[in-house]
Design a protein around this ligand. Structure first.
Ligand code: CTP
Ligand code: MG
Length: 396
C-alpha cells in the first residue's frame, strides 16, 4: 500500500487595496472591525480552515502591520506565512502573491481580505472540489433581488436571475492552471475565475456563504460589525468598562546620526540619539504606556525592527499608529503624562511646543515635564535620556 500525500495548498489573501469606496483614512484591510482589523478577522477564517501556506499581499507601507496581524493569527504556525507587497490592481496583487507560493504547492486559493467574515468551511469546500478534480472552483450565492438592465435611467430589459450567481472568494485553482492563466493575462479582470475562464478553463461552482460578503461601503462595515465576534484574544485582559492605566519607559544614548529628535520636536544644534527610528525616547515611552493601558502589547509588538516602515520615523508616525490601534481595540485615549530625565536639551522654552505636537499626533492631551538628576546616573553623566510615561485609556 502506498501513502499518497495530500496536495499542498496555498491561500493568497489580497489586502493591498486602498478601500476608496469605504472612504476610511487608511487602507481597507487595516480598518477596525470590533477589536481587530479587517485583515485580522479574514486571517482568523483562513487559519481555522485546512492547513495551507498563507501569502498575505499588503500595501508596501503596511507590510509590518500585516505581519503583526499574521503573526497573531498564525500562532505557532508562523512558518506558514509570507507577507508581500501588492500592486496597483487586484490582479497585480494576486500576481505578486502567486510569485511567493512555494514550489511544491498544487492548489492555490485566492481570497479577498475584504471578505473578512468568510467561515472556514468555505475554504474546505473549495479545496475539496479542486482535490476531487476540478480545474477552477468558484463559491457562489444565488441572486435574490429581481434584476433589470437599465440604460439612461430607464429599464431596457428584465434579467432572469435563475441564470445568475453572485461570485465570492476564496476561489480555488489547480496551481498550474492559475500560473498559466496569469502568465497569459492581457486584460484586467475583477476576479481570478474570470481570468481563468478567459484563458479557456472551465469554472465549477460550489455554494458560497452569506457571511462571505465583501466589505465595500460604510454600510457593509456596519453590517460586518454586527456579525463579527472577537477572534482569539490578543491579550489575557478582558475589556472592562472602566478607565485603564498603563506605564511606559524608554532610554536612548546620545551619539546617533543627524539631528536630535525628542518629544516630537527637532532640536537643532543638539547631539542626536541612537535608535532604530529617531531615538525619541519620549514618544516611545508614550507608545508603551498607551499600548499597555489598552492591553495591546508593547512597542516591539507593533513597531519592532521587523517593521521597516518605522526606520527613521518620527513621533507623529508612532503616535498616530498607536491611536489607530487603541481605537480599533475599542478604547479612546484619556490623557498621558510623560517626564523626561536629561541634562540636555533644555525643555523650559519648548515644553508647550512639545505638548502640542505630541497631543496632536496622539489625539489626546499629553503633559510633558522635564528634570535633571543632580549629576547622578547615566542621565546625570550626559550619556543619554530616559523618559517615563503614564497613560489612561477609556472604553470608546
Ligand atoms: N486588492 C489588492 N490590491 C489592489 C486592489 C485590491 O490586494 N490593488 C484587494 C483588496 O485589498 C480587497 C480585494 O482585493 O481585499 C477586493 O478588492 P476591493 O473590495 O475592490 O478593495 P479595494 O480595491 O481596496 O476597494 P475600492 O475598490 O473601494 O478602492
Ligand atoms: Mg477595488
Amino acid at each position: 500500500m502506498s501513502i499518497i500525500a495530500a496536495p499542498r495548498v496555498a491561500v493568497i489573501v489580497v489586502a493591498a487595496g486602498s478601500g476608496t469606496r469605504l472612504g476610511a483614512d487608511m487602507p481597507k484591510a487595516f480598518v477596525g472591525l470590533g477589536a481587530h482589523t479587517i485583515l485580522r478577522h479574514a486571517l482568523a477564517g483562513v487559519f481555522a480552515g485546512p492547513e495551507a501556506q498563507v501569502v498575505i499581499v499588503a500595501p508596501e507601507d503596511r507590510l509590518g502591520d500585516a505581519r503583526t496581524d499574521a503573526d497573531e493569527a498564525a500562532g505557532s504556525r508562523r512558518d506558514l506565512v509570507s507577507v508581500v507587497a501588492g500592486g496597483a490592481t487586484r490582479q497585480a496583487s494576486v500576481a505578486a502573491g502567486l510569485h511567493a507560493v512555494w514550489p511544491d504547492v498544487e492548489i492555490v486559493l485566492v481570497h479577498d481580505a475584504a471578505r473578512a467574515l468568510t467561515p472556514p468551511d468555505v475554504f474546505a469546500r473549495v479545496i475539496e472540489a479542486v482535490r476531487s478534480g476540478q480545474d477552477a472552483v468558484l463559491p457562489v450565492l444565488p441572486v435574490v433581488d429581481t434584476l433589470k438592465k437599465v440604460a439612461a435611467s430607464t429599464v431596457v430589459a428584465a434579467v432572469d436571475r435563475a441564470d445568475l450567481a453572485a461570485a465570492q472568494t476564496p476561489q480555488g485553482f489547480r496551481r498550474d492552471i492559475l500560473d498559466t492563466a496569469y502568465g497569459a493575462a492581457g486584460a484586467d479582470f475583477t476576479d481570478d475565475a474570470a481570468l481563468v475562464q478567459h484563458a479557456g478553463f472551465p469554472v465549477f461552482t460550489v455554494p458560497g456563504d452569506e457571511r462571505a460578503f465583501k466589505i465595500t461601503t460604510p454600510a457593509d462595515l456596519q453590517r460586518a460589525a454586527l456579525l463579527a465576534t472577537p477572534v482569539t484574544p490578543v491579550h489575557p485582559f478582558p475589556r472592562v468598562a472602566a478607565p485603564r492605566v498603563g506605564v511606559g519607559t524608554d532610554v536612548h544614548a546620545f551619539g546617533g546620526e543627524g539631528a536630535l529628535w525628542l518629544a516630537g520636536l527637532e532640536w537643532p544644534g543638539e547631539v542626536a540619539l541612537h535608535g532604530h527610528s529617531d531615538g525619541d525616547a519620549v514618544a516611545h515611552a508614550i507608545v508603551d504606556a498607551v499600548l499597555a493601558a489598552a492591553g495591546l502589547g508593547d512597542i516591539g509588538t507593533h513597531f519592532g525592527t521587523d517593521h521597516p516602515e518605522y526606520a527613521g520615523a518620527h513621533a507623529d508616525a508612532f503616535l498616530g499608529r498607536t491611536r489607530e490601534l487603541v481605537e480599533a481595540a475599542g478604547y479612546r485615549i484619556g490623557n498621558v503624562s510623560v517626564q523626561v530625565q536629561a541634562n540636555r536639551p533644555r525643555f523650559a522654552a519648548r515644553r508647550v511646543d512639545a505638548e502640542q505636537v505630541l497631543s496632536t499626533a496622539l489625539g489626546a492631551p499629553v503633559a510633558v515635564s522635564a528634570t535633571t538628576t543632580d549629576g547622578l546616573g547615566f542621565t546625570g553623566a550626559g550619556e543619554g535620556v530616559a523618559a517615563f510615561a503614564v497613560a489612561v485609556v477609556l472604553p470608546a
